[in-house]
Write a protein that binds this ligand. Structure first.
Ligand code: HEM
Length: 446
């Protein structure tokens, strides 16, 4: 459906609550824009900012943000004595990445007020955005009920979101005036280096990138860490660590090279398995047919909303075999050429899994997303053995790990882990952190 009928399913539906109320001021995100000339331009601009060719420009950002994740986890876990919840650190990682891309700004503290406000409002909007959340999207009469709680909440969230989006854009304007702006999408457009996009389109692109990454990355990486921390996960960590050492005998080398390349096959396998197993956007983003589609002898009329059950596709036993419901990075390794000491990846043939969607409206951020997951895992796994808390263990069921089933993007249930320093690397970790601190100290400094 997504590949064979690419152009017929290129459209997205508009829903009353999300499009009519929440998005009335900043424009639609790319992922919720119907297919028209403006959406085409926005998707093109996002594609250029997030594509393989652009990634080199973000090395400093990957280096700094993944360093900050380990720096703060290292500080707060106190040599493995204190159990930590990793999600807030990863939320900052994801959000800072997109804020840097869009506005050239970042927030250093995990509990920065603005950071928490953006995350809180974004999550609340994501709950209202899902195609299965709002009856009033499908039963128009409900919209006119007095004391419409959904509309009241949506308008409040819209106003809170407008406040920080306008603040960020104003901050970029001020930095341009002072000559202190950093290379980023909004500065490029405000300085008119890029053409053809309107103000609302610029806001929409920034909003798309901020909302595209801030829950998907934490959902995937946090849950992945949950699976790795279990008893079965220890073997995956050991294999990953051995493979990291095979490519970088000195852990400092792994740190220095973790953001420029994705060279360690076993870590790549973990990244793919995390994305597949925890399909964080279980029903993907809804599409709409622009023309009639013939599907398994059925005719789907034009202008029909299509919901894609990506979670089911990713756990299809016919494709992934009887172990489809098990977290197993090994499925991405080439059985014929891999040995236990030298894993090699299966050659990628076609769509590997459906977590990033597919076809004409597939995720624009998947290259960056993969690099963020890889880089954080290389750094964390080279420093620590991650062990699940006995009191607050992770839920690793691929459906039940999610607290809110009707949200657009899964929010993993809370859990804690112990970060046990790898004995042979205790001193090296301090050295890696000190080196990264020195290397990144001027990156994105205000
Ligand atoms: C693990 C991380 C991520 C996951 C699982 C994910 C998943 C998805 C999915 C399922 C879609 C809909 C695809 C379709 O309809 O076929 C999508 C669209 C999109 N994603 Fe992501 N995403 C991730 C990270 C990111 C990041 C980091 C960004 C931006 C920096 C981003 C930007 C976008 C945009 C702009 C779209 C809309 C594309 C369009 O409608 O044309 N995503 N993503």
């Amino acid at each position: 459906m997504l590949i064979g009928h690419q152009s017929a399913v290129v459209d997205r539906p508009t829903l009353y609550t999300f499009h009519g109320v929440i998005s009335s001021t900043q424009g639609f995100t790319i992922g919720s824009s119907p297919w028209d000339a403006s959406c085409k331009n926005k998707r093109k601009a996002a594609g250029a900012a997030l594509g393989r060719a652009a990634i080199r420009g973000y090395f400093d950002m990957f280096d700094l943000e993944s360093y900050c994740v380990v720096r703060d986890l290292h500080r707060d876990s106190k040599g493995g004595e204190v159990e930590v919840a990793v999600r807030p650190y990863i939320q900052r990682y994801a959000l800072n990445t997109t804020l840097t891309l869009c506005y050239g700004v970042r927030m250093d503290s995990v509990y920065d007020d603005m950071l928490r406000e953006i995350l809180e409002v974004g999550s609340a909007i994501s709950l209202l955005r899902s195609a299965s959340e709002n009856y009033q999207d499908y039963v128009p009469m409900l919209r006119y009920f007095p004391k419409n709680e959904k509309n009241r909440r949506s308008k409040k969230l819209r106003d809170r979101r407008d406040k920080y989006l306008n603040f960020l854009l104003e901050k970029v304007r001020e930095m341009i005036r002072n000559g202190t702006d950093k290379p980023c999408i909004s500065a490029a457009i405000l300085k008119d280096e890029e053409t053809k996009l309107t103000g609302v389109e610029v806001s929409s692109i920034c909003l798309s990138l901020v909302s595209g990454g801030f829950e998907t990355i934490p959902g995937t990486l946090t849950s992945c860490i949950g699976s790795l921390s279990t008893k079965e996960g220890q073997a995956f960590q050991d294999q990953a660590y051995a493979d990291i050492k095979r490519h970088y005998p000195d852990i400092k080398g792994a740190w220095r090279n973790s953001f420029q390349e994705e060279k360690v096959p076993y870590v790549n396998a973990i990244v793919k398995e995390a994305a597949r197993y925890y399909t964080v956007s279980a029903m993907s983003l809804p599409r709409k047919t622009v023309s009639e589609v013939s599907w398994n002898a059925a005719i789907i009329p034009a202008r029909t909303m299509i919901l894609i059950n990506a979670q089911a596709a990713n756990h299809d036993v016919e494709h992934f075999g009887p172990s489809a419901a098990t977290f197993d990075p090994g499925r991405w390794l080439d059985e014929e050429t891999s040995t236990s000491s030298q894993p090699t990846e299966k050659a990628a043939a076609g769509i590997q899994h459906f977590s990033f969607g597919a076809g004409s409206r597939a995720c624009s951020g998947q290259i960056i997303a993969q690099r963020l997951l890889y880089c954080a895992l290389i750094r964390l796994l080279s420093c620590y053995k991650i062990v699940a808390s006995e009191i607050e263990p992770p839920n690793t069921d691929y459906v039940d790990y999610n607290q809110f089933k009707s949200a657009l993007v899964a929010i993993p249930r809370d859990f804690k882990v112990k970060l046990v320093p790898r004995e042979e690397n205790v001193e090296l970790v301090e050295q890696c952190l000190a080196e990264a601190k020195e290397r990144t100290k001027d990156y994105y400094a205000e």
